[in-house]
Design a protein around this ligand. Structure first.
Ligand code: ADP
Ligand code: GN1
Ligand code: MG
Length: 363
């Protein structure tokens, strides 16, 4: 869709949310890779987040919205029950004028509206140890809050989202097709993955032998999916709830480490800057364990380092697959963006492998 088309559609979508009043401003916002996000301000200066749900990725948007409404209602009632900040503790879905949690426009794009969580900031990079530890506690607490939520009632938002052997196989299929002739250029990266085929199966095997439990997981636990209070810097709420589904706690842990304990940005081109910051890693582990409030089993605690390596390797595999397939999934802003991202992930995996002993976590 062109910018002009997107702009026309956003007005069509806003018209479905007439109860918010006249809209004065509605422009792109944030740094997400997946949805189209717009900050929306009404005449009465109330702010909202309008999002066009990425329909290519989330093929059943109504199911995503059912998940989000169920989980946010659950969290709100838990927080209300103990006298917490029910308004800001989770996302709040604004209903359309016909009472729905989303709007489907005339070309079949799905839109939703959230209240803007005021006086908060989303952060792209970790700037200090406490912030990272707070983020860990927030994601741990998110799991803890949902520990009594029946995971079987959730829809599987994206089939096999964090099933690493399936991601491995998807890469193999992309290599076989090689639609843009890019495979020759990424031979080293492919070899890196092939050498780790057995490792890719570790968590699925633990699940099959019954030692790894299925939990309600967030599945995209990056720092920028937490909103922090502008004034106190305390975490306020966990956002980006599209990928909530049954999953492994160690993957929620691992994705945060992948993104936040890397000494370089996800798309850094100077690989000498990439490494695992062990101090950040352990600060995160402490916060996460505290947030989970004793809910993790011994096996889960043992597998936390594996989760960190798995999420980093899997994300690298996904970036590489997308590069080979012609950048159809992740939004890019330069031609080699996905390849650069893949390379940082693999450099980080290699560093984690060297530091595995130091990554063990005390129970
Ligand atoms: P994506 O799936 O594309 O990452 P997100 O749902 O994470 O989309 O939203 C993108 C960005 O928009 C966030 O990183 C955050 O900065 C901002 N954002 C999203 N929801 C809210 C909200 N309710 N209040 C304030 N900012 C928000
Ligand atoms: C995507 O939506 P965003 O930008 O927070 C992706 C994650 C990846 C991440 C890599 C639904 O997350 O799985 O880890 O990019 N989300 C989806 O930056 O695929
Ligand atoms: Mg996001």
């Amino acid at each position: 869709m062109t910018r002009a088309e997107l702009c026309a559609k956003k007005h069509e979508a806003l018209a479905a949310f007439g109860s918010i009043g006249k809209v004065e401003y509605c422009e792109p916002y944030g740094n997400g890779h997946i949805n189209d996000t717009f900050l929306t301000v009404t005449e009465s200066k109330r702010r909202y987040i309008l999002q066009r749900i990425n329909h290519q990725i989330f093929t059943k948007p109504h199911e995503i919205m059912e998940n989000i409404c169920a989980v946010t209602d659950f969290i709100r009632s838990k927080v209300s029950a103990v006298g917490g900040d029910a308004e800001r503790c989770t996302l709040s879905v604004v209903k359309t004028d016909s009472g729905k949690s989303f709007f489907c426009d005339s070309i079949g794009s799905y839109w939703r509206l959230y209240d803007f969580t005021e006086h908060t900031v989303a952060k792209e990079r970790v700037s200090n140890m406490k912030e990272f530890c707070d983020c860990a506690e927030a994601f741990g607490n998110f799991q803890n809050q949902l520990s009594e939520f029946d995971a079987s009632t959730l829809h599987e938002a994206i089939k096999d989202f964090h099933n690493t052997p399936v991601r491995f196989n998807n890469l193999i299929k992309a290599i076989e097709k090689d639609p843009l002739g890019r495979v020759a250029e990424v031979k080293d990266e492919i070899d890196f993955v092939l050498a780790r085929e057995e490792f890719c199966k570790t968590l699925e095997k633990a699940r099959e032998d019954g030692s790894l439990p299925l939990r309600v997981t967030h599945n995209d636990t990056k720092l920028n999916n937490i909103l922090f209070d502008e004034a106190t810097d305390a975490p306020v709420c966990v956002i980006d709830l599209d990928t909530i589904m049954p999953g492994y706690s160690v993957n929620d842990f691992g994705d945060s480490i992948r993104f936040g304990a890397n000494t370089a940005a996800e798309d850094e081109t100077d690989l000498s800057k990439v490494s695992l910051d062990l101090e950040l890693y352990h600060a995160y582990a402490d916060g996460f364990m505290r947030g989970c409030a004793g809910k993790l089993t011994d096996t889960e605690i043992e597998l936390l380092p594996v989760g960190a390596m798995m999420m980093t390797l899997e994300c690298g595999i996904r970036f590489l697959t997308d590069y080979i397939e012609g950048d159809t999934y992740f939004r890019i802003s330069r031609p080699s963006h996905n390849l650069d991202r893949c390379r940082t992930q693999f450099a980080l995996v290699a560093d984690m492998e060297a530091k595995l002993e130091q990554m063990k976590i005390k129970k």
